[in-house]
Structure formats: C-alpha cells, structure tokens
Ligand binder design. Structure first.
Ligand code: SAH
Length: 361
C-alpha cells in the first residue's frame, strides 16, 4: 500500500475511534460545547432532546439543526446505540429482544403485556456478577456492566414495540433481566434518572422495580440516596445454610446483614419490599422453610411473590408440588402477609425469569 494512503487511513481510524460518545455528556456539558464552538447554549438543549427524548441514533435525523451543525457533531462525536438484532414473539404475547450493543455483545430484554399494562424487563449487565445456581444468566459470568444509555435504549425499544403492537405506551419497568442491578448501581441510577426525567420518558419512579439478589451495602446506599422506585429482593430461602447452597454469595452477604439493610431501607423510604421466592422440591418445600420465611417477613412490611420455577435444563432444581405452594400461600395469608403466585410468561421463547442467556448465539 502507498505509505501516504496507509498514514491517512490510520489517522482516519484513530480519529473515528477517539470520537467521544455524545451521550456521555450531560446537558450542561453539551451547552458548553456549543458555546465554546461559537453557537448558542440553547443548541445543546435541542441536541439533548434528540438524543434522549426522541432517541435519535444518527445526527442526520436531527432535522431542526443546520447541516453545518450536524456535520460539526459528526466530526466530534459518535452516538453509540443498541440495535434489536432479533425479536421473538411468544404465543402469550410476550416479546423477547436480543439486543446488540455497540461492541457486539448481546443482552436480552422482554416486553410483558397484560390486559392493561405493558412491562419492560430490562438487563443491567452482560452476564451476571452473582452465582445463583438455578439461573441461566449466572452461567454466563459477568462480561461487563451496561452503560446508562444501553439500559435506557432497551426501555425505548420496548416502548416503541408496545405502541406498535399494543397501541399503548410502556407502563412499568422491572430490572429483572440479565445481571445484578446493584452491582452496576451508578449506571442503573443514571438510567432511571433519565427514564423518569421529563428530558427522557417522564415515567413515574413508582412504576419501576429494581430487583436484587440482596447486596446489603448497596440497599443501604439506595436508602441514603432516597430513591423513589420500588425494591424487590430475590430471597428464595430464609435459612442461611439453604440459601448459601442455592445462592453461594449468601456466604458473603448473610441473611442477618440483608435483614439489617432492609430494616434500614424501610425506615428511610417507607416503601414496602417484595420478596421473590421459588419453591423447589427437596430444597424449601417443608415447614421449617415456611416458618423461617414467616419470621423473615415479620422484620419489615413486605409482600411475597411466589414465582414458578423455569427449568434451565439440568434437572437439579425441580418445581415443588402445587400443594406445597398452596401451603406457603395459606400460611403467609394467615400471618397477614400479602402473597401471590406469579405465573411465568414467554416460556416458549426462553423469555421467562432466569432463562435469559442468549441461547440463540
Ligand atoms: N439479580 C437480580 C435481578 C435478576 S431478576 C435478582 O436476582 O433479583 C431475575 C429473577 O428471576 C430473580 O428473582 C431470580 O431469582 C429469578 N430466577 C432466576 N432463575 C430463575 C428460574 N430458573 N426460574 C424462575 N425464576 C428465576
């Protein structure tokens, strides 16, 4: 190759890879950028609106900006964005998106429709930091955290699908996809700030649930930060010995620490906690497990969602008999603790809880 051409190509490549991801800039930083480049600060607001409120993926779409401005943005920035690589539809209406990130990695998010609501179940990490033995995502290990825009984009994509297929906007969000949200706390909070901000989707935080396997320090931090969304904890057992077997990180964050953090959370936020709980054969389908759960539930106002187990094809874990689930429900209700059984959705496309693991790849 001609040496000059080689230098030019290398230079162009370096320039293109050193361009900054524009969504890493705050509104204020964008305003400053325009002022420093001889334009009005207000131009920053316009671009911010395109990037977040309208979800523009290319500068070309920013039609109320002049060509010169768009070219200037193009020369300085990139807009990293997700693309929905594959969309699968379940016979029950559930939609699963395989979402490709700008670096080629894939996460999954799910749209769950009911008669009146559309819920987005979004991922917070590629893979997962934790090691729950019954969860397909845990087997992927954590590859990286998602950026705020990558979380936000999953929500936008589902909002769009909800409007298209169900003629209504997205109504609820659960952080119950791939990953442990509290191990990617800052980015999850930034994404939620944008989802709830009028610059973004303007959604009420009351319609958002962050689900955690239970990281005590981070639960306390959330309480200190006075977050307004709801908290769910994947409990599955209120006996340390059993919980450590099925969720080994429990050895590091034992139930006593979790309890203390949850008491702290409730004292600060006054927001009731949901416990997610699966009943498995030979693991927690006994009276001792029920008694321990009732005791754990007495510490802070809560409700219990018993979730159906979705097999992840190793046969070690098996859903307990229905009579045992009924026994849980009966005893919880008798103790005044609201409890429901949540039937999983989207099983035929591996979109149900714990089944997100990029099977297609
Ligand atoms: N790491 C967070 C967010 C993931 S949420 C958390 O653990 O809460 C995923 C939910 O699905 C959790 O409640 C998890 O315990 C549950 N889950 C995992 N594997 C499952 C499976 N095979 N069947 C049913 N639920 C499962």
């Amino acid at each position: 190759m001609n040496p000059l051409l080689f230098i030019l190509i290398t230079f162009a490549l370096i320039m293109s890879t050193t361009k900054k991801d524009i969504r890493k800039l705050s509104k204020e930083e964008l305003r400053t950028f325009f002022v420093e480049n001889g334009d009005k600060a207000f131009r920053g607001n316009q671009v911010y609106e395109w990037l977040w409120g309208k979800g523009a993926h290319v500068f070309e779409d920013m039609t109320n900006l002049s060509l010169v401005t768009r070219e200037m943005l193009e020369a300085n920035f990139v807009i990293n964005h997700i693309s929905v690589d594959q969309m699968q539809r379940s016979s029950d209406g559930t939609i699963k998106n395989a979402v490709r990130l700008h670096d080629g990695l894939i996460v999954e998010s799910v749209l769950i429709p009911t008669a009146t609501r559309t819920t987005a179940c979004v991922s917070s990490q590629v893979g997962c930091s934790l090691d729950c033995q019954f969860c397909a995502t845990a087997r992927l290990k954590r590859m990286r955290n998602l950026n705020p825009d990558e979380i936000y984009d999953q929500v936008l994509a589902i909002d769009k699908e909800s409007r298209l297929y169900f003629n209504r906007p997205l109504s609820n969000i659960v952080f119950m996809g791939m990953g442990e949200p509290l191990m990617n706390y800052n980015n999850v909070i930034k994404a939620i700030d944008m989802i709830t901000s009028t610059d973004g989707l303007g959604m009420s935080p009351k319609r958002i649930i962050v689900s955690t396997s239970g990281v005590p320090k981070m639960i306390k931090k959330m309480a200190d930060d006075e977050v307004k969304f709801k908290l769910a904890v994947s409990l599955h057992s209120a006996i340390d010995e059993v919980r450590t077997k099925i969720m080994p990180f429990n050895a590091t964050f034992p139930l006593e620490d979790l309890r203390e953090a949850l008491v702290y959370w409730y004292a600060k936020t006054k927001s009731r906690i949901s416990y997610e709980y699966i009943v498995w054969k030979g693991i927690n389908d006994n009276q001792e497990a029920i008694t321990a759960l009732l005791k754990f539930c007495s510490y802070v106002p809560c409700k219990v969602n018993i979730i159906e187990y979705n097999p992840i094809d190793d046969g070690i874990f098996q859903q307990a008999d229905r009579s045992m689930v009924d026994e849980y429900l009966y005893q919880l209700e008798k103790s005044g603790i609201p409890a429901t059984v949540r039937r999983s959705r989207g099983k035929d496309i591996d979109a149900a809880c714990g089944q997100l693991a990029n099977k297609m790849l």
